[in-house]
Design a protein around this ligand. Sequence first.
Ligand SMILES: Nc1ncnc2c1ncn2[C@@H]1O[C@H](COP(=O)(O)OP(=O)(O)OP(=O)(O)O)[C@@H](O)[C@H]1O
Ligand SMILES: [Mg+2]
Length: 504
Amino acid sequence: MENENRAFIEMTGITKRFPGVVALDDVSLTVKRGEAVALVGENGAGKSTLMKMLSGLYHPDDGEIRVNGEPVSITDPKRAQELGISTIFQEPSLAPHLTAVQNIYLGREETKGKGIKRLNEKKMLEETQKLYGKFFPTVEDVQIPVSQLGALKNRVIEIVKALSIQCSLVIMDEPTAALAEHERQVLFDFVHMLKAQGIAVIYITHHLRELFGLVDRIVVMRDGKKVSEVEPQDTDVDDLVARMVGRTITNYIVKETVPVGDEILRVEHLTRKGVIEDVCLHVNRGEIVGLAGLAGAGRTETVRAIVGADRASGTVLVDGKECRIASPKEAILNGIGMLPENRKLQGAHIEMDVKDNITMANLREVLAGNFILEKNKEIKTAEDYVQRLGVKTPTIYQKVKSLSGGNQQKVILAKWLFTKPQVLIFDEPTQGIDIGAKHEIYNLIADFVKEGGGILLVSSELPELMGLADRIYVMHQGKIVHEFARAEATEENITLYASGGHES
Ligand SMILES: Nc1ncnc2c1ncn2[C@@H]1O[C@H](COP(=O)(O)OP(=O)(O)OP(=O)(O)O)[C@@H](O)[C@H]1O
Ligand SMILES: [Mg+2]
């Protein structure tokens, strides 16, 4: 008879070093069957590295892992699966050319027939639709390549994939990063359901509020060490933040209103059939303009159309002049920079180092003469941004690939700030960024508009939008349905317009 209370996972004294960093320093973690444990900490604290030991991607330099009381060596992801460990990774991990169904069943396809086996496509499709339907009522796109779907849908597919594997532990590394409120709720229901079935969950998030009512225990990491372990009823968000960063942070958002200058960006009648319709908006110098809406409302589609990433009809004017923009490269030449939502695919050159990533989009600034790079200026620029954004990296010569998820994002953010465009478009700039670094990013955004730039900000986090934006446009089903001045915007009335509630 299996003991209910027995530990499923016991990690003891886990240490992991990378060149120049001790990613994990003598960390121990125990997870019982049916227990949900949260792992929190700043960017680079070691959360994902610890989990990669359980997923078979990294191996400890020191320490022991026991599963069901037995010492194990988790040599590769397949071994992890055999041991009953399933992971939703922080980075996108789907095969882009395959469909949702093919991705979900990759390597464990259902077959039928005796002798020569054939794929049981019907069964795989039905099973996928059952799970998928719980997240997305519309399931028609499970049969097209996932590269044609947005970041959000890719996320959902990864979640469905992890949940469809028979397992005893599900590791979720920032599962809600791209999800809207509704989908988050569905995911939380899944966590409760898994627990009820005796399945353990390890949950990593920077949205600390989510943890209350969800997990049984919260483990806090800092600089590769486990610094505390608390139960939700004995802590709160501020206390957790203090444990994470080793100091207290109170005032998260710092935007002061700066004088509004001339119009810098105007978008007229932007339309892409079936996606966005007659979108009109403008941004003035010194302004941060928010774009709110639920997932699928057309916010990402709008900003992609503005920078020419997707074709759309309508006009874009920068500084009063009409621009023909057919690609993000042309957008930069016209003074518009965009930090895209799906960073891994669109933003960073992960095989290159931190320095080159920061300076590559604006080499003109670091040139001495016509063609020669001024090394010192380049180094100084990179070091400056690394310091201001608190990028955790041994040196500026580290490959971006080896940074933690949040630190990769900071590098891409630095790159766009350094292009010094007239208008910066940010699509979910603080996704996956820890609370202390968010603060720094808000400061940089505020500095940018103070110097006369304009910002268009897409964010699913309403407190962030309301704290930063001077005006907020709300989108619903591909259209702008309302414009709020800063003073009128509340979480309730933005949500009302975003959900189409104003129509009834
Ligand atoms: N393959 C690698 N090579 C070199 N350093 C690495 C590698 N993987 C992780 N690191 C380093 O280990 C440390 C911990 O990184 P990890 O990804 O575990 O952080 P994290 O807590 O998951 O952060 P985030 O919240 O940003 O995702 C970081 O300093 C990171 O740069
Ligand atoms: Mg991580």
